[in-house]
Write a protein that binds this ligand. Structure first.
Ligand SMILES: Nc1ncnc2c1ncn2[C@@H]1O[C@H](COP(=O)(O)OP(=O)(O)OP(=O)(O)O)[C@@H](O)[C@H]1O
Length: 386
């Protein structure tokens, strides 16, 4: 890990054109804490979603880009941010181009006016982590939700991880199709399984590395008095056991053999039963030493916040860039002591934080410490507290 404090950058300008509720927004901010306040449906989460598109993937709602185009607008959208970094100012842009004659739409990425190949290129300038209300059920919900959460944790430190996960999903789909349609084509299955195994071990190894580093950081920084209890993390799955006990090349061979042996069973199941697609991230409430799912609702929320804050710290250490933190409706669920603890911790992390809440009272103690902004459909203005 790097020992120097991570570099902090600020978004100083956010411009939205025809993005969801915003026809034309030009927002200037200047502080590391930004609080967006407004009624339900005002457009607060839309702002966080726009910023989240500077990460690979579909943003914090996992929506289709075409759904983000403002209804009644021209059929395209553009988001641009001006970033102030210790190394100078940069302008990043992304958006969706209007469909061409053949109806195809394409995502645009630009860095300082030059085209970038994909959103992964933004990782050179910024990292983003987020916490949204739909993660409230993370610990008691299906393992697939935790895997997706885990992959986002990895993606924030390793911008190529998303591409590997997508390639693995495609390869698994091909294998499942061949198993169903032409199960006797051994040569084809051998070739597909070689590809699956290579990608699967890479995905499992990247997850393991991130989880180990995160667990070590949590252990090193844990504070019994923190309002956010520490989590203990383990990966559970056959592929994770392989990666934990064998060198990568041997794990790949072993997994390929498992795939070969498992063909009849996988064919009957209609899917590949062993692999990173079956991993679970087991989380325990550290101080109580119980599974996170058995903690109270409030304890689970505090645990999740602690986990996201630790992850933000890890991203800063590993990338050298303090990440932007997007917190949707987080403050509302905390008692005043935890809320004050959250704001203090956020300030200490060094990255810019964008928060939302329906009630200005949630952020009143941040007067003079944060940019407090009032959101109404399509418009954002500074709030002056008298
Ligand atoms: N493509 C779009 N074009 C125009 N408006 C949209 C589009 N997509 C969503 N909206 C509108 O955006 C609003 C939701 O905005 P957002 O989720 O940001 O609200 P919010 O302020 O976070 O609300 P809450 O406090 O309820 O979470 C809804 O009124 C929805 O109809």
């Amino acid at each position: 890990m790097l020992s120097a404090p991570p570099a902090a950058s600020l978004i100083t300008h956010l411009m939205l054109q025809d993005f969801r509720t915003y026809a034309d927004l030009d927002l200037a901010v200047s502080r590391p804490l930004v609080a967006l306040v407004g009624e339900n449906g005002a457009g607060k989460t839309n702002v966080l979603e726009a910023i989240s598109l500077f990460m690979p993937g579909r943003g914090l709602r996992r929506a289709e880009l075409s759904d983000m185009v403002r209804q009644g607008g021209p059929g395209s959208f553009a988001i641009s941010v001006t970033l102030e970094t210790p190394y100078g100012e940069h302008r990043l842009g992304t958006g969706l181009e209007r469909p061409g004659d053949e109806g195809r739409v394409s995502r645009i990425c630009r860095i300082d006016a030059l085209p970038a190949s994909s959103p992964a290129a933004f990782a050179e300038h910024l990292r983003i982590v987020w916490l949204t209300p739909d993660l409230d059920a993370l610990f008691r919900g299906p393992a697939g939700d935790r895997r997706r959460f885990l992959d986002r944790l990895v993606l924030a430190v390793d911008a190529e991880h998303g591409a590997r996960v997508n390639a693995l999903e495609r390869a698994l789909r091909s294998r499942n199709r061949v198993l169903e349609d032409i199960p006797d084509d051994r040569l084809w299955l051998d070739a597909l399984e070689r590809e699956v195994a290579e990608l699967a071990i890479a995905v499992a190894a990247a997850r393991r590395e991130t989880v180990e580093r995160l667990a070590a950081l949590i252990l090193a920084t844990r504070d019994e008095n923190s309002p956010f209890p520490f989590a203990t993390l383990t990966l559970e799955g056959e592929i994770d056991a392989l990666v934990a006990t064998l060198p990568a090349v041997d794990a790949e061979d072993r997994y390929r053999a498992m795939l070969r042996e498992g063909r009849p069973r996988d064919r009957a199941a209609g899917r590949t039963l062993i692999g990173p697609q079956a991993t679970d991230l087991l989380v325990r409430h550290g101080p109580k030493d119980i599974p996170a799912a058995m903690a109270s609702t409030g304890e689970q929320k505090a645990l999740l916040i602690g986990l996201v804050l630790a992850h933000a710290r890890l991203v800063g250490h590993m990338s050298g860039i303090a990440p932007f933190i997007l917190l949707d409706e987080v403050a509302a669920h905390l008692d005043p002591r935890r809320r004050a603890g959250l704001f203090d911790t956020l300030e200490s992390l060094g990255g810019q934080v964008w928060m939302t809440g329906a009630d200005l009272g949630l952020f009143s103690e941040l007067e003079g410490r944060a940019d407090l902004l009032q959101v109404q459909p399509g418009v954002i203005e500074s709030i002056k507290i008298r």
